[in-house]
Design a binder for this molecule. Structure first.
Ligand SMILES: [Zn+2]
Length: 275
């Protein structure tokens, strides 16, 4: 790589490659092979630039889509090879957050990069990463409609094809935690309750859950994929609410329609999109 130039992003100095746009977002969307050499910023140096940039982007995505009030909500991503999880810092304004603020820890929660405290929901995210080896990102929000279903302790039935395109079956709800589970290791026990709910479910086919009395968690192949599932879950939760309002005894889609739509987008025989 040839001569680098300095890039000032939110008062921090990063070096970047010539010919690249100076917009901060574009900078962090550099192709991975350029990114490694483009980020080299001395004392602000990020150990996991790509993972931190993607996790920041996932956190911003749930804000942009109206799923988050103030600092509620958090997104994380994992580098399975390195065994590192990157997660939003606790209580930092989204407008001021930079990739270097994203906290990096190992699968036991030991911090390995970043000076800030991680999200208070870290232990739930870690529990999911340990139990579901195929997932690469986790998102938690208190988005209104999904949270309303969670607070009602009701699973979201598959009422139509929008749901079936992404969730192969109802969005399940966990059991409520008992007093002992709440009083000790509450955040971790939230993760355990989700994992228990998935004993007979495939987390790849059902990429989200409602925690009873609390709110949704979603996951995906990457942090951005998990954020996309959080946006879709909120949309189908809103549609399902209207559907039950209009017709109480709605039986939902048939198994045939559920299968048709789900497998059009997922699995070996998927036909959707440009491939
Ligand atoms: Zn929460």
């Amino acid at each position: 790589m040839s001569a680098e130039f300095k890039l000032v992003y939110q008062e921090k100095v990063y070096s970047a490659l010539p010919g690249q746009p100076l917009e901060s977002c574009d900078f962090f969307r550099l192709p991975p092979e350029l990114h490694e050499s483009a980020v080299g910023c001395g004392e602000d140096c990020m150990e996991f630039p790509r993972l931190q940039a993607e996790v920041l982007e996932a956190n911003l995505e749930i804000v942009r889509r109206g799923l988050v009030l103030y600092t509620f909500g958090n997104a994380s991503g994992i580098d399975r090879e390195a065994g590192r999880v990157a997660i939003k810092p606790s209580g930092v304004d989204y407008e001021r957050m930079t990739p270097a603020d994203i906290v990096v820890c190992d699968l036991d929660g030991k911090i390995v990069a970043g000076n800030l405290k991680p999200s208070s929901d870290l232990e739930t995210h870690l529990e999911l990463y340990r139990a579901f080896p195929e997932i690469g990102g986790v998102v938690h929000t208190h988005s209104e409609f999904a949270t309303a279903w969670a607070q009602s302790g009701r699973e979201i039935p598959a009422f139509g094809t929008t749901h079936a395109d992404y969730f192969h079956g109802p969005v399940p709800v966990t059991e409520t935690l008992n007093a002992e589970e709440i009083q000790s290791a509450y955040v971790r026990n939230t993760g355990k309750a989700i994992v228990r709910r998935f004993v007979a479910l495939d987390p790849a086919a059902v990429p989200g859950v409602l925690v009873a009395g609390h709110a949704p968690f979603t996951w995906g192949k990457t942090a951005l994929d998990a954020a996309r599932h959080a946006v879709i879950l909120e949309s189908i939760a809103r549609m399902a609410f209207y559907t039950t309002t209009l017709r109480r005894d709605n039986a939902g889609v048939s198994q045939a329609l559920l299968d048709k739509h789900y497998f059009r987008k997922h699995g070996a025989d998927a036909t959707y999109g440009q491939k």
